[in-house]
Design a protein around this ligand. Structure first.
Ligand code: NAP
Length: 272
């Protein structure tokens, strides 16, 4: 049995927990003081979940194998201060999904932390279709690397990165990515309705098109540009549409989007 402590159970924390509930070889302890009543009610009938209304005691911490901080960057300094003097179980690992906060941040705040890993999951983890990126300090044991990797394999793909910069970049691409995709879907649905289709049909067409296109790309392993060109026959409808995307500098828009999120992730690491 592995004991996992999740500090913060909002959007991302609960997406992870909801996918992990089925894992009977894990016990989960959740600390989220402001949502204690809600969480207590939500996970009431689940045997392998315990909800705490405050920071765990030293005794409770001593039983934990994996700690995951899933709080907002803005409150991280304050919350992590509550953990600064604990003695952790030998061979335990401290993980954080907090955007921007660097490994050194945890090292400097938590006196007895040794094995540290930054993790950047994304929202589709909720249905096991996420992608999680990892960055570990040099002390992470092979055993714990596998353990963390296995845990997150339950919510999708896992990718190990080499430096802090890469994880900030991944934050901008895959961490925030679902937010861009939902914004894009919203725009496509609205445009579909504006040209005359119903709300229901617009949703069905847009979702099926996005799902089908990504699945096709995965299966036939061609470049997106080649696939787009193969549909955009000269003088045809797709070509007419793509011309508008290019005229409005779609590549630049996406680059600026990623760059803004990457800069934000880097700056969150600098602020306290
Ligand atoms: N959402 C995503 O798709 C995503 C993806 C990758 C990474 N992340 C990262 O995950 C972290 C959490 O994001 P989120 O979207 O899940 O935010 P969120 O919904 O605000 O969740 C954070 C949770 O922590 C709680 N909290 C506040 N103070 C606490 C304390 N002292 N002890 C324990 N819990 C406390 C919050 O309660 P209140 O709401 O009552 O304050 C909230 O329930 C962020 O650092 C973000 O960068 C998010």
């Amino acid at each position: 049995m592995s004991n996992v402590l999740l500090v913060g159970c909002g959007h991302m924390g609960s997406a992870l927990i909801d996918s992990w509930i089925e894992l009977k070889s894990y016990h989960f302890t959740i600390v989220d003081p402001f949502n204690y009543n809600y969480l207590k009610k939500k996970y009431n009938k689940i045997n392998n979940i315990q909800i705490l209304d405050n920071t765990p005691s030293q005794d409770q911490i001593t039983k934990i194998d994996i700690i995951i901080f899933a709080i907002k960057p803005q409150v991280s300094e304050k919350v992590i201060n509550n953990y600064k003097d604990f003695y952790f179980k030998k061979n335990s690992v401290i993980g954080s999904i907090i955007a921007g906060k660097k490994i050194n941040f945890f090292k400097s705040k938590i006196k007895n932390s040794i094995q540290l890993v930054r993790i950047m999951p994304n929202m589709p983890s909720l249905i096991g279709s996420g992608v999680s990126c990892f960055l570990a300090n040099k002390h992470l044991s092979k055993y714990n690397r596998k353990k963390i990797n296995d845990l997150f394999l339950n919510v999708g793909k896992t990718i190990w990165l080499k430096n802090e910069d890469e994880i900030d970049m991944a934050t901008a691409v895959s961490g925030s990515g679902p937010g861009y995709i939902f914004t894009l879907i919203d725009a496509m649905e609205k445009a579909s309705q504006q040209i005359g289709l119903s709300k229901k049909i617009s949703r069905e067409l847009v979702l099926s098109t996005i799902l089908g296109s990504t699945k096709l790309m995965e299966q036939i392993k061609k470049n997106p540009k080649d696939l787009a060109n193969s549909i955009a026959i000269k003088g045809g409808t797709t070509e007419a549409g793509i011309k508008v995307l290019n005229k409005n500098k779609i590549n630049k828009i996406i680059y600026n989007t990623f760059l803004a999120a990457y800069k934000k992730a880097s700056s969150l690491g600098k602020n306290k």
